[in-house]
Ligand binder design. Structure first.
Ligand code: ZN
Ligand code: ZN
Length: 354
């Protein structure tokens, strides 16, 4: 058995146990990260539906295109395939055959609110008319939120790649170069440093007044002396991502910004210090926010302090004050306080924490 299949088997067993625990007849996972997490099989959401049924007592049952069947049948765990050809009028029958093989699928079936599309839902409804489809994303995120050592190694590698790429990118940062050219250069360096082709997300390179927008996209604006420059980037490695932010000054910044940068650095440290097992996720936000508010910049920190990371760039747990989720060993997330002063500039410092 391939070494890499071991975590998938264990995850499937845990998943089936939690399906039974809440009284579901089964769960349908659509193409995407949840399916890859459970099976190691990567399918992207395209025009041809791919779904996997997880039903206690039955092998993983996949509906998928014929040309994908070979790699799915190479799985090192029990799997049953229902493959369809290129004529969409036959696909409904293949979904029905899969449901039939699973005993007709009566009762409540869990689905993902954020991933399942109307495309798949319609096929499922026709194939299993006696089934109630119930969104149960929490079941999967409860498993995914605790990373094992293999996942954490991949995420550390994604951080290393991102840091190496940033160092290679910095010589390109010069007055007169546009944000979009810099974003292209950073993407290139991420790929050269070993990031997967998709990278983690399109890098944010935001200068001057644009740096005051936490979700800026790179524009044609050229760097000018005195700009703040926010760079938010990440690498992807074997399905896991990193998500970092560093802020630079181009030449001599406005007098207030070195002080602002110091406050944000202290807020980042306070957030990281609050990130301990047994403490609430919201405490990370509260700690970081207290530093910024204490320095008189509270009104300029409007985002949450962080978000979980893993296979997705945003996943559980989220770092907002009201989140009472208790932090546990193996949780991975960002700490990214910022101060954003409209029309002038912003500072964000984002680190990844386990
Ligand atoms: Zn980021
Ligand atoms: Zn982030």
């Amino acid at each position: 058995m391939a070494e890499s299949s071991l975590p998938h088997l264990a995850r499937q067993e845990q998943f089936r146990a939690s399906i039974q625990h809440i009284g579901l007849a089964g769960f349908v996972i659509n193409a995407g990260n949840n399916l890859e997490y459970m099976t190691g099989l990567r399918f992207d959401l395209m025009e041809r539906p791919v779904v996997a049924f997880f039903v206690p007592g039955a092998p993983v049952t996949l509906v998928l295109p014929e040309f994908e069947a070979a790699r799915a049948s190479a799985c090192a765990f029990p799997v049953r395939l229902f493959a369809y050809g290129e004529d969409p009028s036959t696909w409904g029958g293949v979904f029905a055959a899969a449901a039939q093989a699973l005993g007709g699928l009566r009762g409540r079936l869990g689905v993902e609110a954020r991933t399942l599309r109307v495309l798949e839902l319609r096929y499922l409804e026709q194939a299993a008319p006696d089934t109630v489809f119930e969104t149960q994303d929490g079941l999967l995120s409860a498993l995914r939120v605790i990373k094992d050592s293999g996942e954490i190694e991949k995420m550390q590698r994604a951080v290393d790649i991102a840091e190496q790429a940033l160092l290679a990118f910095l010589p390109a940062v010069k007055i007169g170069v546009s944000e979009s050219d810099l974003a292209a250069e950073l993407t290139l360096q991420l790929l050269r440093a070993g990031s997967s082709p998709g990278v983690a997300f399109p890098p944010i390179v935001a200068s001057g007044p644009n740096s005051a927008n936490p979700h800026a996209t790179p524009t044609a604006r050229s760097l000018q002396a005195g700009d703040m420059l926010v760079v938010d980037w990440g690498a992807a490695y074997q399905g896991y991502i990193s998500d970092l932010t560093r802020t630079f000054a181009v030449g001599e910044p406005e007098a207030e910004f070195p002080q602002i940068a110091q406050v944000v650095a202290q807020a980042n440290q306070a957030g990281c210090a609050a990130a301990v097992p047994g403490a609430p996720a919201g405490g990370v936000d509260v700690a970081a926010r207290a530093v910024i508010a204490g320095a008189g910049y509270g009104q300029y920190f409007l985002t949450r302090t962080g978000h979980g990371i893993g296979m997705d760039v945003h996943e559980d747990p989220y770092m907002f004050a009201q989140n009472a989720t208790l932090l546990m060993p193996g949780m991975t997330f960002t700490v990214e306080p910022g101060i954003y002063i409209p029309g002038r500039g912003g500072v964000r410092i984002e680190d990844n924490v386990v």
